[in-house]
Design a protein around this ligand. Sequence first.
Ligand code: GUN
Length: 283
Amino acid sequence: MTAQLIDGNALSARLRADVARRAQTLKDRGIVPGLAVLLVGDNPASQVYVRNKVKACQDSGLHSVLEKYEASMTEAQLLARVEALNRDPSIHGILVQLPLPPHIDAQKVIEAISPAKDVDGFHIASAGALMTGLPGFWPCTPYGCMKMLEAIGYDLKGKHAVVIGRSNIVGKPMALMLLQQDATVTICHSRTQDLKAQTLQADVIVAAVGRRNVLTADMVKPGAVVLDVGMNRNPEGKLCGDVDFAGVGEVASYITPVPGGVGPMTITMLLVNTLEAAERSAV
Ligand code: GUN
């Protein structure tokens, strides 16, 4: 392994300490930053995610409320809860955990969240703000990736970044953030004809597909920076990313591990966004 690790746990610890300091400053002014997390149904992965989000809030001195609902909850009931939280002054951020049960229109629920409380950055107003470079909330996972590049002092200006994956949650916002930092950006996806030809040109590669071994050593230019957003299990049941970590680690200059890379950064940026929402509400 020749690449240097970008340690998401260590960077998260530094950023969360700053969140805790800023939260205390707000508390001294009588404002406790508050996040509401809504979970509908009993998706096991979602249960773990929301538990981690609520615990992270507590650890950083943020107030959090976890609302768990049966999978049979109606869309109208969920919309009513979101609207009540929009009006609740003790809540600065609202997160509706996805996926939602199929009878609920997730986009409709996201659009019901006040953009001022959209700490996931999924509302079309947040997406539009990112696209135009206006202030707004950035989706937590790509935002965390940007913080990792910042942490290693990486200057994206004029560099070629390849994003593998085009989801609304990661791939598309990631590409816009890289573009905002003056990178030349290529988005690859399942219909890309020759992925390797693209990735071999890249100074920075972000893999966000959700499939093991999407990126292998032969696809990476020596010295490239590789960020792995994937969260998969290998046949032995061990957590792994989208990148062949051992192989690519011999070619890249920097690489993020799974676990302990982008994952903790996602939750950290949720805390940052929630704090930011509380700070904006306080001015
Ligand atoms: N499900 C998987 N990732 C996320 C996320 O970042 N936010 C929400 N709300 N749901 C998710």
